[in-house]
Design a protein. Structure first.
Lengths: 287, 329
């Protein structure tokens, strides 16, 4: 994964090359992701129904007129809850990924630039931490902070820091020894300038690729923690929480489980497809 | 962590946890050093979590349990909170070295005792899930490696879904189909062996997805090697080439992933046990997290690191059995 080559300037050309053979799977994935972005940013555009409005008289109504995906055990509209749930499930996943990418890149950069012993020590620490089951690390944080939306962001973010730190450190380690960095140092540029202008741009290359796949995993982790009751508290419509609630009514009202399950799976599949495409392009672009 | 992230495969050719230990130490010593390092890091991470938590350490260790002056005095004595920072940390490590995982002040029991009572169901679940993952992955990889385009496309789509679907969604689908609709398996509990089938499938399928991909790639690479051509030229059927010659090569990269699988199975066990209402370590962990029972949560982190270390060491040995080239090294 570690690559020392400078960032290619001909992004337009490689885009044109990739566009030459359009993959239907990728197009479909990007379309779904676009809809999901709308659901996160402006769920009101997709449905006007209030996801929290309960109607006990119409509890567990099957899909039909008025409620395209049925209602849950409190008579809330499942479609509206799935749409508004995107903000929770994907939003928390995105924030956690942003936290992990930011902190992980900084730590990785520091470990890659640090003096030999300190750098090695940090690198070994990332290695060891990344072997831990992420869910257990996240639960360790939740045990201290308690459940809740922001605590899940922090827990998953911290649990994923080692992933990004490892990659960025490995990359930094290679780049700092490369010819162009050596040359920049020879020119007498300050250390800060060399790091900002030459090291950083060439180090963060693989990060967006990792982050796309990592976002899918963060969404799975978010819904997993919510499923366990650690995420946004009821009545918030988080997909994992909805699935946990639906388990008790599975025999009589499978549609309550069906929709959030499909939404969750579809989101992660599309993120993985997009991430793998980026991965192939990135690997094809650099020697 | 729930499901899989194939992009995060550990780089091949590096040892346990990717640690590099000087070569002159010799393999057994090297393995021991890395194992100790992983365990130490786990213990220290758990300890750091306790230290970094906002608030008074005694309050945190009490958690949601009964808060009496006697219990507070007991905590101060057992954790050495009246002594200097360094002594505290060293005595914590020393206690762990003696196999003492501490005491849950909420349950008024030793943590080791609590965990020991719940290991059985979780071990059965994870072993069954690992078996499901390995058997499915080998079967699918052998059946599709080197075949025509369409079966492979279908299988890789299935693998993509297996990797992307959270374990609890797989579990809910299995529950709906096989328990609620068909009535073949019990909905929850762990009383009879039948109750193990669905949880093991839910936990094992994501593993099968990733493992299947790795095995298929490995098989396809191995089938192009000269030794495969030689075997074919001796008149062996394609199936015999795969079974006797290629599979062994394909297994090697899969074994490198074993540590990652351990993590998926351990983390997934928490969610699977919750979904299927099974007793086990996962349920203990959830109760501890909900009740803020820090000594138990810390012990679970350390225990999972110990499991990881043990499995990695065992697979290191397996690696040598599979690949005779490593035995002389």
């Amino acid at each position: 994964m570690a690559v020392a080559a400078p960032v290619a300037r001909s992004a337009a050309r490689s885009a044109a090359r990739a566009g030459a053979r359009v993959r239907p799977g990728l197009v479909l994935a990007l379309l779904v992701l676009a809809v999901l972005v709308v659901a996160v940013a402006a769920p009101g555009l997709i449905t006007r129904v209030d996801p929290l409005a309960a109607d006990p008289l119409r509890a567990l109504a099957p899909p039909g007129a008025g409620h395209p995906l049925g209602t849950d055990h409190l008579g809330r509209d499942v479609f509206a809850r799935v749409v508004y749930g995107a903000r929770h499930s994907l939003g928390i996943g995105a924030l956690a990924t942003a936290l992990a990418v930011g902190a992980g890149s900084l730590l990785g950069l520091a470990a890659g630039l640090a003096a030999r012993l300190a750098g090695e020590a940090l690198a070994r620490l990332f290695d060891v931490l990344s072997t831990f089951p992420e869910l257990l690390l996240a639960l360790l944080v939740i045990a201290i902070t308690g459940p809740g939306t922001w605590n899940v962001v922090v827990a998953i973010g911290i649990a994923q820091i080692p992933t990004y730190a490892r990659v960025v450190r490995a990359q930094t380690f290679v780049v700092r020894r490369s010819g162009y960095v050596e040359q920049a140092v020879t020119f007498g540029h300050s250390r800060a300038r060399v790091v900002a202008r030459h090291v950083l741009p060439n180090v963060v290359g693989p990060v967006p690729v990792l982050a796309t796949i990592g976002l899918g995993q963060a969404v799975i982790a978010t819904s997993g923690l919510s499923f366990l009751g650690m995420g946004p508290q009821p009545p918030a419509p988080e997909w994992g929480t909805m699935l946990a609630e639906s388990r008790d009514y599975l025999r009589v009202a499978s549609w309550v489980a069906f929709s959030p399950g499909v939404a969750l799976t579809l989101s992660v599949v599309c993120l993985t497809v997009a991430g793998r495409h980026l991965q192939r392009r990135f690997e094809g672009r650099t020697p | 962590m729930t499901a899989a992230l194939p992009a995060r495969r550990p780089p091949a050719g590096r040892g346990l946890a990717g640690l590099r230990v000087p070569a002159w130490l010799g393999t057994p010593v090297r393995r021991l050093v890395t194992a100790v390092a992983v365990l130490w890091a786990a213990a220290t991470t758990a300890y750091a979590a306790l230290l970094l938590a906002p608030g008074d350490t005694v309050d945190i260790l009490v958690g949601d349990g009964a808060d009496t002056p006697e219990i507070r005095a007991q905590i101060v004595a057992e954790w050495g909170l009246d002594r200097p920072e360094a002594v505290r940390y060293l005595s914590y490590l020393g206690r762990l070295l003696h196999g003492d995982l501490g005491r849950s002040y909420q349950l008024q029991r030793d943590v080791g005792e609590i965990l020991a009572g719940q290991v059985g169901p979780t071990v059965r679940l994870t072993l069954a899930a690992a078996a499901v993952g390995v058997v499915l992955a080998v079967a699918v990889a052998v059946a599709t490696a080197g075949r025509s385009v369409w079966p492979r496309r279908i299988v890789s789509a299935a693998e993509l879904v297996a990797v992307s679907v959270p374990q609890f969604v797989i579990g809910i689908v299995l529950l709906f189909v096989f328990s609620f609709s068909l009535g073949w398996f019990p909905v929850s509990g762990a009383a009879d062996p039948q109750a193990l089938v669905l949880p093991a499938l839910a936990l094992g399928l994501p593993v099968a997805g990733v493992l299947g991909q790795v095995l298929r790639e490995g098989l396809e690479r191995a089938l192009e090697q000269p030794f495969a051509v030689t075997a074919r030229s001796r008149g062996l059927s394609e199936r015999a080439v795969v079974a006797r010659h290629a599979l062994r090569h394909a297994l090697l990269p899969a074994v490198t992933l074993a540590g990652w699988f351990t993590g998926v199975l351990l983390g997934g066990a928490v969610i699977t046990e919750a979904l299927f209402g099974r007793p086990g370590l996962g349920r203990v962990t959830m109760q501890a997290v909900t009740g803020k029972d820090m000594p138990v949560v810390m012990a679970v982190v350390i225990l999972s690191a110990a499991v990881y270390v043990t499995i990695s060491a065992l697979l290191d040995l397996a690696y040598r059995l599979i690949d005779p080239r490593l035995r002389s090294a």
